[in-house]
Ligand binder design. Structure first.
Ligand SMILES: Cc1ncc(COP(=O)(O)O)c(C=O)c1O
Length: 419
C-alpha cells in the first residue's frame, strides 16, 4: 500500500476517522494533498485537480498566491505572534471597517467558530436575555450553541445535534426556517421577551447554496428591530466573497452584529465579530463580557488578511462572477436534461442538488439524493476536479480559475450524465 491509501491507514491510528475535520472524509479514503498552486491541487499519488473546495472558502485568490507568500515571509522575519498589540491589527481592522462600515468596532478571533460563539455571548449579555434563534441548516461553527437542530415535530425548540451538548444549552436555542419569516414570527411569539438575538447566514452556504428570497432578510431586520432582538449576520463565508465588503451592504440590510472569517485571513486561521459601538463597548476590557484568545490578532493571520484584502481591493470581482454565472447557466442547461437535478448559484458560489425541484430551504436540501451526489463527486475526482465531498457544502470559484477550468467542469458534468 502506498500513497493516500497508506497515509490514511496511519491516520486512522492518530485521528478519529483518520481526519481532523469530519467533512474531509470520503470513501474509501481521502486523497492526501501535497501542494496547491493557483486553481490546482496535487495529491501524493501523482494526480492533479482543479479545486472548487478552496479550503472551504478562504482561498479566493487561489493556492500559494504571491500575496500569501509575502505575508508568510514577512511574518517569518518579524515573528508570528507577540501576545501584545501590533500595528498589523490596526491595519487589518481599518481595512475591514472601511469595507464593512457596520462593523464600527470589532474583535479578532482565531476562527469563525469563536467569532459566532463570542457574538452570541455578547448578544445575551447586552440584552440581558437568554434565547437565540437560529435557522435550521445554517452553520455557525462547532461550539455548543451552534450545534443545535430543530427538534422533532414542530419547529421552535432546539435539540442538540451532537451528543455531549447539555439539554439546558439546547433549551436556550430555538430553531426556525430560512426563507420562512412566519416561522421566526411564531418562535418570537412563543418566547416573547426572552430572545436576545437571531443569527443567520445571509446566504446559506452549509446546506449547499441556498439564496435568501426576495424580502426575507429585510423582513427579518424589521421583525427583530420591532421586537428588540439583535440581528447577527454570520458572514464567515460571504464576507468579501462577492465584492470588496460584506454581503449585507449589497442588499442594503444592516445587522447589529456581523461575524467574519475565512477570506479575511486569506487562508490563515482567523475570525472576527463586530458591529454597533454601543454593543461592542460591552466587550472586555471596555465592558464586562469576557472574550480572549492567545492567537487573536496574531501577526501571521493579520498579515495574511492585509495582503489578501490589498489584492482584493484592486481586483475585478465582476470577472469571476460573470465567469461563474455563465458556467452555472450552461450547467443548468446540461442538468435540466436530467430529471432529478437542479443548480443553485450566487456570485462565485454554486452547488448541484440531485433534486429536480429548486432547493430553497434546508428541508429541500436534505431531500436531495446524497448517494447520487457522491457518485458525481467520485466521478469528478476521477476527472481531475475536486469538490467538497458533500452536497451540503459549497463549490467556490477563485480569481485563479480560468474559462478553461469552467469548460472542464461542464464537460465533466456532461460526461457524468451521458454515462
Ligand atoms: C457560516 C459559517 N460560520 C462559521 C463557521 C466556522 O468557521 P471556522 O471553521 O473558521 O471555525 C463556518 C465554517 O465553515 C461557516 O461556514
Amino acid at each position: 500500500m502506498t500513497g493516500s491509501s497508506a497515509e490514511f491507514s496511519k491516520a486512522k491510528n492518530l485521528f478519529p476517522g483518520g481526519v481532523n475535520s469530519p467533512v474531509r472524509y470520503y470513501e474509501p479514503y481521502p486523497r492526501y494533498i501535497a501542494k496547491g498552486d493557483g486553481s490546482r491541487i496535487y495529491d501524493i499519488d501523482g494526480n492533479s485537480y482543479t479545486d472548487y473546495c478552496l479550503a472551504y472558502g478562504p482561498l479566493i485568490l487561489g493556492h500559494a498566491h504571491p500575496s500569501m507568500r509575502k505575508a508568510l515571509s514577512r511574518a517569518s522575519e518579524i515573528g508570528v505572534n507577540f501576545g501584545a498589540p501590533s500595528e498589523f491589527e490596526i491595519d487589518l481592522g481599518t481595512m475591514i471597517k472601511k469595507a464593512v462600515p457596520a462593523m464600527h468596532k470589532m474583535r479578532f478571533t482565531s476562527s469563525g467558530t469563536e467569532a459566532t460563539m463570542h457574538a452570541i455571548r455578547l448578544a445575551r449579555s447586552f440584552t440581558g436575555k437568554k434565547v437565540i434563534i437560529k435557522a435550521e441548516g445554517c452553520f455557525h461553527g462547532s461550539h455548543d450553541y451552534a450545534l443545535i437542530k430543530a427538534g422533532s415535530g414542530a419547529l421552535t425548540q432546539g435539540e442538540p445535534s451532537s451528543p455531549g451538548i447539555p439539554d439546558e444549552v439546547a433549551g436556550s436555542v430555538a430553531v426556525a426556517s430560512f426563507n420562512d419569516i412566519d416561522s421566526f414570527k411564531k418562535v418570537i411569539k412563543k418566547k416573547s421577551g426572552k430572545i436576545a438575538a437571531v443569527i443567520v447566514e445571509p446566504v446559506m452556504g452549509n446546506a449547499g447554496v441556498i439564496l435568501p428570497e426576495k424580502s426575507f432578510l429585510a423582513d427579518l431586520r424589521e421583525l427583530t428591530s420591532d421586537n428588540d432582538i439583535l440581528l447577527i449576520f454570520d458572514e464567515v463565508i460571504t464576507g468579501f466573497r462577492f465584492h470588496y465588503g460584506a454581503y449585507h451592504s449589497q442588499v442594503g440590510i444592516v445587522p447589529d452584529l456581523i461575524t467574519l472569517g475565512k477570506i479575511i485571513g486569506g487562508g490563515l486561521p482567523i475570525g472576527a465579530f463586530g458591529g454597533r459601538d454601543d454593543i461592542m463597548n460591552n466587550v472586555s476590557p471596555e465592558g464586562t463580557t469576557y472574550v480572549s484568545g492567545t492567537f487573536s490578532g496574531n501577526t501571521l493571520s493579520m498579515l495574511g488578511g492585509i495582503e489578501t484584502l490589498r489584492v482584493l481591493k484592486e481586483s475585478d470581482y465582476s470577472k469571476i462572477t460573470d465567469m461563474t454565472g455563465k458556467m452555472c447557466s450552461e450547467l443548468a442547461d446540461i442538468i435540466s436534461k436530467n430529471e432529478k437535478c437542479s443548480v443553485n448559484h450566487i456570485g462565485t458560489m454554486f452547488q448541484i442538488f440531485f433534486k429536480k425541484k429548486r432547493v430553497r430551504s434546508y428541508s429541500d436540501a436534505i431531500g436531495s439524493d446524497q448517494k447520487q451526489f457522491l457518485r458525481y463527486f467520485r466521478f469528478a475526482l476521477g476527472q481531475g476536479i475536486y469538490m467538497p465531498p458533500s452536497t451540503f457544502e459549497t463549490n467556490f470559484v477563485s480569481f485563479a480559475h480560468t474559462d478553461d477550468d469552467m469548460q472542464k467542469f461542464l464537460s465533466m458534468t456532461e460526461e457524468f450524465f451521458r454515462q
